[in-house]
Design a protein around this ligand. Structure first.
Ligand code: ADP
Length: 270
């Protein structure tokens, strides 16, 4: 809500006068609300796979004399358990990123290495879906940041590009520097997003199509993780899309000079 919140204290003074102290608590109250929403969402999201596992276990127990049925229910339990574990992992990651005391381990990170590692992590999935991943653009770009977190962010964008693209399409990853910002763009040829959805996809647990997202293993947390990683690096993530004609997500982080160790070794002196 947009309501203002104040803590008011009244202290009697001499002569019948009073001192009124009003402390603005609006910001703190808002943080509290966001936290409460998060907990409510998390409980709701966890209940779905847990409920499914309980039901599958119960049904399996009832079908004990039908090995085929038991096997089927066991496979279902495995699927739901994987989902639950992905969800728990992302929730932990997100709360860590959101913690006010969270500190990024800042060093100069070569963007190409981040891109290469993220692509490496999705290579098997890309092949399974017959999606071609191509990389290009400017080389030698550096950002100040945490290598692992940046890989996680980019990997989430790539996961989505695969998840929301039909087989036989292409995902392009491009790097460039614009006005001091190092930018990685992930361009897909998938289902795309409406303007309304595009404006909301970075919200926690927001999904355009919950059924499809669940089917493809999505948790609804991926893009809020990307948003927090970007923010922790003093950057941002943006999206452009035409429904039915793919989406482009860009991760934009201030660029820095290459560290001394990466510069031309001939140029260094004893
Ligand atoms: P999920 O785990 O459901 O993919 P995300 O936070 O990663 O959650 O994304 C939120 C929603 O944004 C997704 O459910 C999907 O509807 C939409 N979305 C994300 N990436 C893309 C994309 N590349 N193309 C189309 N829709 C996307």
């Amino acid at each position: 809500s947009d309501r203002l919140a104040f803590d008011v204290r009244v202290a009697p003074l001499t002569g019948g006068r009073v001192l009124v102290l009003a402390e603005d608590r609006t910001a703190e109250r808002r943080v509290e609300e966001v936290r409460r929403d998060f907990v409510a969402n998390v409980s709701h999201e966890l209940k779905t796979p847990v409920g499914a596992i309980a039901l599958l276990a119960e049904t399996a127990a009832d079908a004990a004399d039908d090995p085929d049925a038991v096997r089927r229910f066991a496979a279902g339990m495995q699927r739901e358990t994987a989902r639950l574990s992905a969800l728990v992992q992302e929730i932990i990651e997100l709360s860590r990123l959101q913690a006010p005391e969270h500190e990024v381990d800042f060093v100069e990170v070569p963007l190409e290495a981040v891109v290469a590692e993220a692509i490496d992590r999705i290579a098997v999935e890309a092949q399974a879906r017959d999606v071609t991943v191509v990389v290009g653009g400017q080389t030698g770009l550096f950002v100040q940041g945490d290598h692992a977190l940046l890989v996680t962010a980019l990997r989430n964008l790539l996961d989505n590009a695969l998840r929301y693209s039909p087989t036989g399409t292409r995902v392009s990853v491009g790097m460039r520097e614009v006005e001091g910002i190092a930018e990685v763009a992930v361009v897909d040829q998938g289902v795309g997003l409406s303007a309304e959805d595009a404006s909301r996809v970075f919200e926690r647990f927001y999904r355009v199509d919950p059924a499809r997202s669940r089917e493809t293993g999505g948790t609804g947390l991926g893009l809020s993780i990307v948003k927090h990683v970007a923010a922790n690096h003093g950057g941002e993530v943006r999206v452009w899309s035409t429904p039915g004609r793919g989406a482009t997500f860009t991760l934009r982080i201030p660029s820095v000079d290459a560290p001394e160790s990466e510069k031309d070794p001939q140029a260094t002196t004893g």
